[in-house]
Design a protein around this ligand. Structure first.
Ligand code: FAD
Length: 564
């Protein structure tokens, strides 16, 4: 097709123009196109292209499944399962069996007693190799009828009573009735309508350095394996006011990708960005401070240029308005620590689609229609801000981190169970009521569990009071554990829900008794300071049942492992 007849083809008015063909834009375009909406999706680059943001969590997968179920898109459900991704999409993604967090002190070897491993569930999660996942999702959107333009950098967007006019840097022009901005932190609409908060309201401060590498040693060759191999996890090495990530793509049997995503995220107030030091050199200098981390990276080589950012956090005064809405990453960002970027993105998509379909049907794009999306945008980002900020504060002391990690874990686990139940109930009945969270919003964010919401908003002042010097770290940790102990945190685990989410195989049996043990076990393990390897294996489960601390703590024997 020549450029001139392309221009002619695109001259009509689209229902929705989506700026940015990242994961946000392509998932939304797929859903809308499947609903018969005339969608145009425009990206400055050409797929496949590099993108960061690789690790999923059960919450992410459950949201993909929920969107897939609701809009009749089996392909979105596929994204929840590593084996289906390998079969139907690409063989370049890795698996994630756990979140692993290893605590490090400068100049000291890592102590395995200062680590946590939270299994992702009985089903594996994913390390998305974004260039392949995003390209697939764009093709999927096109398959369902979206029209696409790549290599088309959007330069201006104008909105008036008649509609939206989009112009690219090359002078092409498109008309649409509504526009969604999925261009990420460079958000065209935030710039155009002066939406950014300057400075951001977020408390958290971090900057990051990242690349893809080869020959990063599995951490299991450096330190004893806890419950599940470190190499099959998203591995976080946490340090004072910072953390490294190690996200292997080569850890799934049958993977054809030798790469490992590597990054370092640090507080610029403690570690200002140096002049005249390359990101590679700066990363190396950090690695060398932590002997066990240094061993893991001894032979590692970057295969693409390092990226070094300034402060990562940004926020917006407004995320939606007359005829427009921002995707989550265009609206704001915090820190990749707990892999919450995709869930924020998917929650916003889930909240936006139905009001947008109604607005298109009624040809009424009044701002008020989208107010629930607006409120959700701000809430998911504010929650993440407090959560990550608390983690960075807690890294001053291992015991405090051991308490704060449970503030995160309680929220994420309780939400998974609630969402899993909703997915199973919805799949069985297709009753929309099951898609409403407690707050009657179409989301299942951590803060919607009534116990957890109350707990979280009391936990935050404790960690912040510690930061302000009100009491020592050990006391802050004790206060957090005592607070946690005062909540029931009921676990809504059911067989049907586990089966729908792939946590229980078709032929696997889970007796009532074992289900009860599991429910009680989660609550106990979450609030016991000497549980480090949550949800690892059947062994772990039996240990919880008899309320035993982790093997690391009950045995006085020295680990047989010797450091290399
Ligand atoms: C360092 C880092 C690590 C992260 N890790 C995780 C993680 O492990 N797990 C997780 O859930 N989340 C993570 N996130 C968040 C995650 O990356 C985002 O939530 C996700 O990428 C958002 O996708 P998106 O489609 O909104 O934006 P992007 O993936 O950034 O896509 C934006 C698209 O817009 C296009 N674009 C930009 N400007 C223009 C323009 N002018 N015209 C046309 N097109 C344009 C770009 O080419 C790009 O294709 C991380 C974020 C960062 C910064």
């Amino acid at each position: 097709m020549t450029q001139s007849n392309m221009t002619t083809k695109y001259n009509d008015t689209f229902d929705v123009a989506i700026l940015g063909a990242g994961i946000a834009g392509t998932v939304l375009a797929t859903i809308l196109a499947k609903q018969g909406v005339r969608v145009l999706i425009i990206d400055a680059e050409v797929h496949p292209r590099f993108a960061v943001g690789e690790s999923t969590i059960p919450h992410t997968s459950l949201l993909f499944s929920m969107l897939g179920e609701k809009y009749g898109l089996r392909e979105l459900d596929d994204l929840a399962y590593p084996d289906r991704i390998a079969k139907r999409i690409c063989t370049t993604c890795g698996i994630k069996r756990s979140f692993s967090f290893c605590y490090h002190r400068s100049g000291e070897e890592f102590n395995p007693k200062e680590a946590h491993q939270f299994g992702t569930s009985s089903k594996d999660e994913n390390h998305f190799f974004r260039q392949d996942i995003d390209a697939y999702l764009l093709y999927l959107a096109v398959h369902y009828g979206a029209e696409q333009r790549q290599n088309a950098k959007v330069a201006t967007v104008d909105i008036d009573q008649q509609g939206v006019t989009i112009k690219t840097a090359d002078g092409e022009s498109f008309q649409a009735r509504y526009v969604v901005d999925g261009t990420g932190y460079k958000s065209i609409l935030a710039e155009r309508f002066d939406l950014r908060e300057k400075p951001t309201r977020f408390k958290h401060h971090s900057r990051t350095l990242f690349t893809h590498m080869v020959d990063v040693k599995p951490f299991d060759e450096v330190a004893p394996t806890l419950s599940l191999p470190w190499h099959q996890s998203t591995l976080h090495h946490v340090i004072e006011r910072g953390w490294f990530w190690v996200i292997p793509f080569n850890n799934r049997e049958g993977s054809t990708n030798p790469l490992i995503s590597v990054g370092l995220t640090i507080d610029p107030r403690k570690y200002p960005k140096p002049d005249n030091v390359s990101p590679e050199k700066e990363f190396q200098q950090f690695v060398e401070r932590f002997p066990s981390v240094a061993k893991q990276f001894v032979n590692a080589k970057a295969v693409r240029p390092w990226v070094s950012t300034n402060r990562l956090q940004y926020s917006s005064k407004k995320c939606s308005g007359y005829r427009f809405c921002l995707m989550s990453h265009a609206a704001g960002a915090l820190d990749p620590l707990f892999s919450r970027g995709f869930i924020n993105t998917l929650e916003i998509i889930g909240a936006l689609v139905d009001p947008l379909l109604e607005a298109l049907a009624e040809n009424d794009f009044a701002e008020e229609r989208f107010m629930p999306v607006e409120r959700l945008h701000q809430r998911v980002l504010d929650y993440n801000d407090r959560l990550v900020n608390g983690a960075f504060i807690s890294w001053a002391d291992f015991d405090l981190w051991n308490a704060w990690i449970r503030v995160w874990a309680a929220g994420t686990i309780l939400t998974e169970f609630r969402l899993m139940k909703a997915l199973a109930d919805y799949t069985a009945t297709h009753d929309q009521a099951y898609l409403q969270g407690e707050a009657k919003a179409p989301v299942f964010s951590d803060f919607e569990d009534p116990d957890y919401a109350d707990f979280f908003f009391k936990a935050v002042p404790i960690i912040e009071a510690f930061e302000a010097g009100a009491f020592p770290a050990k006391e802050a940790a004790a206060r957090l554990f005592a607070l946690m102990d005062s909540y029931e945190f009921s676990v809504l685990l059911s067989r049907e829900a586990m089966r729908r989410a792939g946590w229980l195989g078709e032929n696997e049996i889970l007796s009532d008794r074992n289900l009860r043990i599991a429910r009680e076990g989660y609550r106990w393990a979450l609030t016991n300071p000497n549980t480090r390897d949550m949800f690892g294996t059947v062994d772990t489960f039996f240990r919880w049942r008899s309320k035993k601390d982790d093997a690391l703590f009950v045995s006085n024997e020295k680990s047989e492992f010797t450091f290399a």
